[in-house]
Structure formats: C-alpha cells, structure tokens
Design a protein around this ligand. Structure first.
Ligand code: ATR
Length: 290
C-alpha cells in the first residue's frame, strides 16, 4: 500500500470497533481496485460522536465512512441529509461525502438481499420469512424483504410490543406483505415452522458462548435456510443446531461483504471487487458460505 499526499481516508465508526472485519475487507477492496485510500477503525465513544462527525466534515480528503453499533441511529441528526434507505430504516451504516455535505445511507437491507441472491441462491419473492428480533437490524432486514416481495414475515421477539411496532411499520409501507408477530423465549417452539422458508437472526444472541438459546432450536424441523447476522463467532449455536438438523446455514459474513460492496460503490463510483472482499475475510470465513 502506498500512502502519499493524495491518499483518501475512510473509517468505520463504532464502540467498540476492534472486532470489526470491515477494515480488512475494505482495505483489500481498495487495493484490488487500485484506489489510493486507507480504511481505518475509529473507536468513538457515544459522547464523542458529534465531535467525530465534525472531524469528518473537516477532512477534505474523506472517501467515506461506515457506522456501526452503537451509532447507527444516534448519527442521524448529525448529518446533512438522508438517502431514502436510511430514512426508511431510521438508521445509517454509510456516510457519503458529497459537495461539502455528509449524506447518510443504509446498505444493510440491500446488502442482505444481495447476499441471499448472490451467495445463497435464495430468491425472496413469495417467501415466508421468520425474523428473530425487532431492533435496528431487524428493521433493515424486514423492510428490505418486504420491498423485495416476500409474501409473509413472522417477527419473533422477546418484547412483543417492539415487534408489533415493527410489524405496523412494515405493513403500512408494504400492504401486500402479511406481517405477524410471535413471542420468543428460550423453551418456545416456533409455530408454523412448515410454512417458513428462511429464518434470520438479527439479535445479538449467540455472540457469547454463554448466551441461552433464543428458542428451542430442536423445533427447526424442516430443511430451511437459516441466516445469522453474527459473523464472530463464525458458527453460533443457532447455526450449529440448524446444520445438525439438515438446514442450510450462513453467518453474517455474506451480508457484511454485500453491504460493504454497496458502500464501496457509493464512495468510489466503481464496481466493488467482491472476490477480493470475500478472500480478505477468508480467515473468518471457514465453512460459512454453504
Ligand atoms: P440492533 O440495532 O443491533 O438490532 P437493538 O436495536 O438493541 O440492536 O435490538 C436488539 C434485538 O435483540 C432486540 O430485538 C432484542 O429484543 P428486545 O426487543 O426484547 O430487547 C434482541 N435481544 C437482545 N438480547 C436478547 C436476549 N438475551 N434474548 C432475546 N432477545 C434479545
């Protein structure tokens, strides 16, 4: 990598951020595309987010930035405007500098759809999808799935009220998609399992080995596709249980690659070198793409 007076800067803002695989992936993409830029992790404590955004404004050689937990919603009022995806989801994962302004975008939902299509050969139109969780990540995934023509979404969450609010939001924007809500707890079996083609975990459960299961994983009785947005550890207990019961299973690397590719394209205007991005994640990717 050559650094000189023309080198542009890109960041991922998060707290903590050391676990992020985005720097490895994006630096490989920049190198493969021959773009003179560096992509760095930037650990920003919540109380310093406004200052960090001011810092981005001061950087005339800013290529772009990603935003991760816990800043995806808090950054909204600090930006100049939001692109429709960020507006719809109420969260930003990508900041694009344009003519002296900072635009907020969200590539999570579109990245998830691309991952389904390009990595997992899964076409969403007409599918019934179960989504575990009802937070920000669930909002991006549910909105994208409904927009892509999923015929039904089942939102499963520990806090039913939150899932109901998300269901109302999705149903108001995509009336053709049937959205229902189910209570989720440790010993619960998923009902209507036979109707479900795809199950997506958007919660943080599975990040730590000691996390109790989200539901009774033995109720994954039919051979469906199970996606976990978590990529570290590469195989969560949910994915392990899914595989052992004959399901196809994929961790969050597939989505990481594709949301990153869309961000890369918005910053640079050139096609993302997806192959280099996948390859850069190889150390994390053992056995993740089925
Ligand atoms: P994100 O923006 O990453 O989606 P979030 O908005 O905090 O994060 O949402 C986290 C989701 O994970 C929520 O659906 C949360 O359930 P609640 O709405 O009941 O809080 C879910 N979640 C987190 N920890 C959980 C746990 N231990 N058991 C079940 N669900 C959990």
């Amino acid at each position: 990598m050559r650094i000189d007076g023309h080198t542009k800067l890109a960041f991922v803002l998060g707290y903590p951020v050391a676990h992020s695989a985005s720097p490895v992936m994006h630096q490989a993409a920049l190198a493969a595309a021959g773009i003179n830029a560096v992509y760095l992790p930037w650990a920003v404590a919540p109380e310093n987010l406004a200052g960090a955004v001011q810092g981005l404004r001061a950087m005339e050689n800013l290529l772009g930035a990603n935003v991760t937990v816990p800043h995806k919603e808090a950054i909204l009022p600090l930006l100049d405007s939001l692109l429709p995806e960020a507006e719809a989801v109420g969260a930003v994962n990508t900041v694009i500098p344009r003519e002296g302004k900072l635009l907020g975008d969200n590539t999570d939902g579109a990245g998830f759809l691309s991952a389904l299509r390009q990595e997992l050969e899964c076409e969403v139109r007409g599918l019934t999808v179960a989504i575990l969780g009802a937070g920000g990540a669930a909002r991006a995934v549910a909105t994208a799935l409904a927009q892509a023509g999923a015929s039904a979404l089942i939102l499963l969450n520990r806090t039913v009220d939150r899932a109901t609010r998300l269901a109302e939001l999705v149903a108001s924007r995509h009336p053709a998609c049937r959205v229902t809500v189910q209570f989720l707890q440790q010993h619960q079996k998923i009902s209507h399992m036979a109707d479900i083609c795809l199950l997506v975990n958007t919660t943080s459960v599975g990040l730590h080995a000691t996390d109790p299961p989200l539901f009774d994983y033995a109720s994954l009785s039919t051979p469906i596709l199970v996606c976990d947005l978590i990529y570290n550890p590469p195989e969560t207990p949910l994915l392990r249980a899914a595989r052992s019961q004959g399901c196809r299973a994929s961790n969050g690397l597939a989505m990481l690659v594709h949301q990153g590719a869309l961000a890369f394209e918005r910053w640079t205007g050139v096609p993302a070198p997806i192959h280099a991005m996948r390859e850069a994640l190889g150390i994390y990717a053992r056995g993740v793409f089925p």
